[in-house]
Design a protein around this ligand. Sequence first.
Ligand code: ADE
Length: 227
Amino acid sequence: MRFDIFTLFPESLLSYLNASILKKAAQRNLLEVRLHNIRHWAIDRHRMTDDLPYGGGGGMVMKPEPIFSAVEGVLGKPPTCPVVLLTPQGRLFTQKVAAELAAYPRLALLCGHYEGVDERVREHLVTDEISIGDYVLTGGELAALVVVDAVARLIPGVLGDPHGAQQDSHATGLLEHPHYTRPPEFRGWRVPDVLLSGDHARIARWRQEQSLERTRQRRPDMMEEGR
Ligand code: ADE
């Protein structure tokens, strides 16, 4: 799967993309992430990418020309894949949305900054708008990383365990059961006996009960919605 990320701050994304699972996924050609600096498509003398808002008020607005030029220059006119704007006004990103996006071979992510992007970008270029939560970040870069990460781990082969993503909290509609590893006792705190019993049916039952109980306690909204 390929992501094209359009941003004013490509360097802010690099360290995360070049670490751990995402790096391995790229090395194994399961994932390709290309970063495009919108400023390179700004043609005026000062390479301006933002300007004052019409009608007054504070803050700056990202200009439409460099964004259209960048996205169309890389993806064609009109773009041949979904163009997703990261914005607090978008639809809420959930595991279900991650699975939906993972079905595309290619996605463009557009990171907003300042007060946002000129409305014509949303109306005539962007095909989807996503928010990662009800809070406001200084830009869309962290949100783009969240989307890449959550989608990438759904690509077959990216996780070490081929069934890893199917067991996740949220993938099953419930939170996951607790996990333990060695040692069996640490500072007097013991791993539950059932997990050491070797009885796989009992272990599966215990995990299911724990999963239900955790979800009921921590996220009753998930039980009610049957998500
Ligand atoms: N940009 C700023 N805040 C954001 C959010 N919550 N989600 C996505 N993009 C954003």
